[in-house]
Design a protein around this ligand. Structure first.
Ligand code: KG4
Ligand code: ZN
Length: 340
């Protein structure tokens, strides 16, 4: 309508090792999407060091916010609302985003939206797939979480199964570290596996029973560690690509089978994937094949929206903004925040 203010949301994400700021107009047009990755800093320690992550967020956040506005050719006064990830994640890292955004929203007297990081991952799909229909089965696979959920509408989450130990991304990172590949392990193993034979090694798959939609990756991780240790003791040289491919075959088979089975059991026709591990090329291929054979629609975000970013937080925020679900000024970081 003429004269009506456009909905423009700025979102900030600092839950782990990426400082990210995005500006989204009308829930679909990305005016800016900036991610300052700290990976290089943490690589030398083999994983994320929480204190360093918080410090790096502090160093980057103001610069990124200014840059995002500049890129979008906007001033603060043109924003409709400010959104921030308030959990789950590292407490010190989350606090940088939460306190910065709260201060901004308060001083600008703009609505404040507190967003669950996992909800953000799911909503990365709504940035690009406008035709998704409920009900959906969602597979969340990230560095900290692995779960199957049912979504019957925006903001409605029913837990169907989750990992009993390691998250899928965590298993990737730990196995890559043991193989001496570096951090983060997911993309490195993904690439290496393409040169190997996934049937070379018979690694375990944790099915946990017929109608069970939980996951367990610690047995697989231990099997890989034992294999590596045995090779060292015997002085044998291992084929890294075959090991990567066999490990990946095991993870992906379980993720795909459980997702498809639960969709069938619940009579749900659409599947969406979210989180860093949904960037995995083999998982995408296998899930595509299985969903096609079973007549299921499959959605996943482009790779840059699978791993941590603020565009997905802005997209989730858009749906809360439409419902007027604003946070209070006492919004705080909640490291163990739950979605389901
Ligand atoms: O969603 P995300 O960026 O952060 C969390 O919320 O945890 O996920 C990071 C995880 C890491 O464990 C990383 O190794 C994994 O996602 N990852 C991948 C790939 N890209 C990132 N895992 C497998 N294959 C990939 N291509
Ligand atoms: Zn994430």
């Amino acid at each position: 309508m003429l004269g009506q203010k456009k909905e423009i949301i700025m979102a900030v994400e600092t839950s782990c090792d990426e400082t990210a700021v995005a500006i989204l107009a009308e829930g679909e047009k990305l005016l800016s999407n900036l991610v300052a990755s700290q990976i290089k800093v943490h690589q030398q320690f083999g994983g994320v060091v929480p204190e360093i992550a918080s410090r790096k967020h502090l160093e980057q956040i103001n610069r990124l916010i200014s840059l995002a506005l500049e890129e979008a050719r906007l001033t603060f006064t043109e924003l409709s609302a400010l959104a921030v990830t308030y959990g789950p994640g590292l407490v010190g890292a989350l606090l940088v985003g939460v306190s910065t955004v709260k201060a901004l929203a308060y001083s600008l007297q703009l609505p404040l939206l507190g967003i669950n990081h996992l909800e953000g991952h799911l909503y990365a799909n709504w940035l690009v797939h406008k035709d998704m229909e409920f009900p959906l089965v969602g597979l969340i696979v990230s560095g900290g979480h692995t779960a199957l959920i049912e979504m019957r509408g925006h903001g409605e989450y029913l837990l169907l199964g989750q990992t009993q130990d390691d998250a899928a991304g965590e298993a990737y990172d730990k196995v890559a570290r043991a193989m001496g590949l570096g951090y983060p392990g997911g993309p490195l193993l993904d690439a290496l596996a393409r040169e190997g034979d996934g049937k070379a090694l018979d690694l375990p798959r944790a099915w946990l029973g017929e109608d069970n939609y939980d996951f367990s990756f610690s047995g697989l991780k231990t099997a890989v560690l034992n294999y590596l240790n045995r090779a060292v003791l015997k002085g044998e040289k291992i084929n890294q690509a075959d090991l990567a491919a066999s490990f990946q075959a095991s993870v992906v088979e379980v993720l795909v089978e459980k997702t498809v089975r639960v969709a069938q059991k619940k009579g749900l026709k659409s599947v969406l994937m979210a989180g860093g591990v949904s960037a995995n090329s083999f998982l995408r291929e296998e899930m595509e094949k299985r969903c096609q054979t079973e007549g299921l629609k499959l959605y996943y975000p482009p790779v840059e929206f699978c791993t941590d970013n603020a565009a997905m937080i802005a997209c989730a925020a858009h749906y809360h903004y439409l419902k007027g679900e604003y946070a209070d000024w006492d919004l705080n970081a909640v490291p163990q925040l739950r979605l389901y």
